[in-house]
Design a binder for this molecule. Structure first.
Ligand SMILES: Cc1cc2nc3c(=O)[nH]c(=O)nc-3n(C[C@H](O)[C@H](O)[C@H](O)COP(=O)(O)OP(=O)(O)OC[C@H]3O[C@@H](n4cnc5c(N)ncnc54)[C@H](O)[C@@H]3O)c2cc1C
Length: 476
């Protein structure tokens, strides 16, 4: 811990001498995309995060579906942002080498009551501009997905819903921001602040920072940060946990598409889908809870998920479960994102990004930038962009273990090489904990869950981590 505190102190001291156009609070997927957008538009941006890594909040555990926005409320902020975010992701993904699985989705009706809702869902999809959504018969469902339970009565086919990498994606957004001039400060918690003489002064656990404007992307703590800084908030976070089962890789052979239920007003429901890493997911649940931190799973919910999964895909009965995890949605009482601008304080609150933030992040960033321009700012857009990429950790495509001079495979379940690990431990977004290293490389996330490689990993990471691996190897 001493090493980290010393380097943080030096870093902070240099950064706190600067004045920024914008300070973005929170390095979830939204904060990472925001930092990128504002930096590309020419603003001098500082991103502050209280945790020791990016993606430690709601963005840590999701279903990783790139939504088209087909079922969003037309004209809502969420609809605008998801549609725009989806398009921009597809535009930039080749340049950043971001992996994608072009699966498409089936919204399956399992009874007459659900089937009755498909027609109106299709109409909504078409009105939302997702014109290729079509209703298909039970026979066609069976042809497309022969391993599904045979009692499906019909389905909506949404060809444009895809699966992406939930971690490499925001990582690359932020990396591009940093390469274009943004600054990232971790272990820095915003505690209070005031806006005086057209300037923000932020008090953090490390010291004082200053900027012209603030963008609050604090996710599960968005309402708290609003209260700390502007003494009001347009929303209150109601944390909603989603638990998941992760099946062994063999199970991913059972389906090709994302299998969705007919959604309700509360949730998009329990999904069965492959992951970009070659596993199969069943989840999430939707459990309201007080805690904004408790990502524990409980055996009753997991049992129910197992039953639901097997009812949809009966062969799952014979497939081993490799892991479980949970994420918490920053839900609010509203059915839309809670993005609100306070021009008189040069402050924008980006709250309630609950179920679609991975899909919507790039669109949210553009939407918020428009609001910022309305406050009277103007920057000169950068004329040249770098397009950084990360090592591919997706199941498809070439991996480092297939290339020469990789230092050998350290994690045999996920085929992670020594070179990949060493790369993730350096650079502007270096992993400083096992959880961070998992998100960058997938090390210890396979069948043995680190049983065989923890000792070797401990040796490699020792100079970089302040907490030795053994003490945090149970992190999700
Ligand atoms: C179970 C589940 C399934 C989902 N499935 C999908 C899906 O398939 N597709 C999709 O598009 N979306 C999905 N989502 C939604 C998506 O994950 C969220 O919308 C998104 O992660 C929200 O990101 P965020 O950046 O707003 O918040 P967060 O990720 O919570 O980021 C906020 C950050 O702010 C930091 N912070 C808080 N307070 C402070 C402070 N005072 N000072 C400094 N830093 C602070 C936190 O540490 C955190 O890192 C799902 C979510 C869940 C939970």
């Amino acid at each position: 811990m001493r090493k980290q505190l010393a380097s943080n102190k030096q870093e902070f001291s240099a950064i706190s001498k600067e004045h920024y156009d914008v300070i973005v609070i929170g390095a979830g997927v939204v904060g990472c995309a925001m930092t990128r957008r504002f930096t590309l538009q020419g603003a001098k941006v500082l991103l502050v995060e209280k945790a020791s890594d990016i993606l430690e909040g709601a963005s840590k555990g999701n279903s990783a579906i790139l939504h088209t926005g087909f079922d969003e409320v037309a004209g809502s902020i969420e609809h605008q942002c998801v549609t725009k975010g989806y398009q921009e992701f597809l535009e930039i993904r080749h340049k950043m080498k971001l992996p994608i699985m072009k699966t498409g989705a089936l919204i399956v009706a399992w009874n007459a009551e659900q089937e009755a809702k498909l027609d109106s869902l299709k109409t909504i999809a078409h009105e939302n501009g997702v014109k290729d959504v079509e209703q298909i018969s039970a026979l066609k469902v069976n042809q497309l997905e022969p391993n599904l339970a045979s009692c499906a009565s019909s389905a909506l086919h949404v060809p444009g819903e895809y699966v992406i990498d939930p971690w490499t994606t925001p990582y690359c957004y932020l990396l591009q921001g940093i390469e274009q001039g943004a600054t990232f400060l971790r272990n820095t918690q915003v505690l209070s602040g005031e806006y005086e003489n057209s300037q923000w002064t932020l008090h953090t656990n490390q010291g004082v920072l200053s900027s012209d404007a603030i963008i609050n992307c604090a996710g599960l703590y968005g309402d708290h940060v609003d209260q700390l800084l502007i003494k009001q908030s347009a929303f209150e976070i109601h944390p909603r946990k989603g638990q998941f089962l992760v099946y062994d890789k063999a199970a991913s052979e059972l389906i090709t598409k994302i299998i969705l239920p007919v959604p309700t007003k509360i949730t998009k429901g329990v999904v069965v889908c492959r992951t970009i890493f070659g596993n199969l997911l069943v989840g999430p649940t939707a459990d309201e809870q007080e805690s904004r931190e408790d990502t524990g799973v409980d055996s009753e919910s997991l049992k129910q998920l197992k039953t639901q999964g097997e009812a949809i895909l009966p062969a799952l009965k014979h497939c081993p479960i490799t892991a479980t995890y949970a994420g918490i949605r920053p839900a609010t009482a509203q059915h839309d994102y809670a993005i609100k601008s306070y021009p008189e304080q040069r402050y924008i609150s980006v709250g309630g990004i609950r179920s679609t933030g991975l899909s919507g992040a790039l669109g949210i960033a553009s939407y918020v930038y428009e609001q910022y321009l309305e406050m009277g700012y103007k920057h000169v857009e950068q004329s040249w962009y770098s397009w950084p990429s990360a090592s591919s950790i997706a199941q498809e495509g070439e991996r480092d273990w297939q290339k020469v001079n990789n230092g050998g495979v350290v994690c045999h379940c996920e085929l992670v090489t020594k070179r990949e690990i060493e790369k993730a431990l350096t650079g502007p977004l270096a992993a400083r904990s096992l959880t961070a290293l998992k998100r960058r490389t997938r090390v210890t996330m396979g069948r043995c869950q680190g049983f065989y490689c923890s000792a070797a990993l401990s040796d490699i990471t020792e100079p970089y981590f302040d907490e030795p691996i053994a003490s945090n190897s149970n992190d999700n």
